[in-house]
Design a protein around this ligand. Sequence first.
Ligand code: CAA
Length: 445
Amino acid sequence: MTNVGIDAIDLWVGNLRLDLPGTFAPEKGEDPNKYKKGLGLYASSFPDSYEDIVTMGANASYRLMERNELTPEDIGRIDVATESAFDKSKPVSTYIAGCLEKVYEEDFRHANKGERKFACISGTQSLNDAYNWIASGRNRGKGALVIATDTALYERGDAGEATQGAGAVAMYITEDPSIVSFSKEQGIGSADETDFLKPNQQFPSVDGHRSMQVYLARMREALEDYKSVTGDIHPDDITYGPFHTPFPGMVKKAAVLAYRNVIRGTEVADEIEDEVGRQPEPEDYDDEEEYLEELREFTDTLRNTDRYLDWYAKRIEPTLQISEQVGNWYTGSVHVARISALLHAFEHDRSIVDEQMIVASYGSGAQAEIHAETFQSGWKQKIAKLDVEEQLASRYDLTFAEYEQVHDNHNLDIETDVEPLTTPEDQFAFDGWGAMGERKYRFVD
Ligand code: CAA
């Protein structure tokens, strides 16, 4: 059986930062605790005027290639996952390959390039494509570069404005990987939903509160589907549980439901029975409303038990540490959560080789996917190369007036001419428009 997974990983954080409780909330007349305690968000990352999904994707890929001594010769496939594409025909991967060819002698002439769309889950779907390409033996010994890149902006005044973000994650997928290998088993929960969509428009139409219910419903289906293949999962066998993270508060809601699901029939359920009682089961109730009410009460008690709080603190909270500083990166979010977990293990000098993560992805529209990843022996060496802290700390802090300009600057319906707030260095930058309406880029030394 082929062992396929992530051999190298890197990310690029948009160069600007908006302090949500400190700068955004007061302008909105909101309590900062809505951000700190409710949504679990402290800051958003934003792209400067010379940044977009191409520059962020190319910068993440370039860092990944340099830090891991890769050249275009090592890459047989480039897939970009995004829901912020600006071209309905030419894929973002061609723009990113074009950028990278400016800094490498070799080219990507024989690399198969594409673009994947299914809201935030398409990054994970691209990992699946890479897995299948390698496992089928069509890869001629090369790896796949998967890039998840988004500017997750909402219309000004939309409730989603609180959860914005911008950045890219690049992942190099190979046989016998250094960081994690993917399970063959996966679970899917999928249904035709209209919770969040962009029908020929830049900013999403979103039914925010319903989108949260859809997320939870699809996630439950994916978990049941996954368990139908693997058998029961024990909560203590999950070293980390990275979820798609539109904002950390969403994961808090999903994690307790997942925990409630996986403790059924385990000794954990017996050990906490005195404290929380027996988990209500639908077959014991004639009235569905009564069952749901009992289940809500059980879940509320469960989420406050020491046993659950300890599980959450060790296995879920560590996945949220980057997200709470950058906001939603749509396709990149679950991959940011994975990086956050790996950094946590690195900083705490944990021995995790052969242990497992359960990775829970989600895309509106709507689909959830769950698979397992097993830590490989080279993970520590690869994670030691990352500079996430430095990237977060070097962002330019926006005033509210600057934030408004930046939002307008990235709004395709508004013509603006703003000066960048930062100076690009050692990175790709937008360089104006070409004769056919294409975007042009340059590398700034
Ligand atoms: N102190 C403490 N907590 C507070 C508070 C205060 N002063 N004020 C508010 N809160 C809490 C609220 O109680 C709430 O928490 P609970 O849900 O646990 O009750 C939380 O802060 C948010 O408050 P509101 O619900 O009042 O916030 P809102 O009406 O502005 O909407 C939102 C929140 C629906 C998430 C909105 O930001 C939104 O539409 N976001 C975009 C859609 C989204 O992210 N959906 C997630 C699922 S879909 C998905 O995952 C795909 C994707 O990436 C988009």
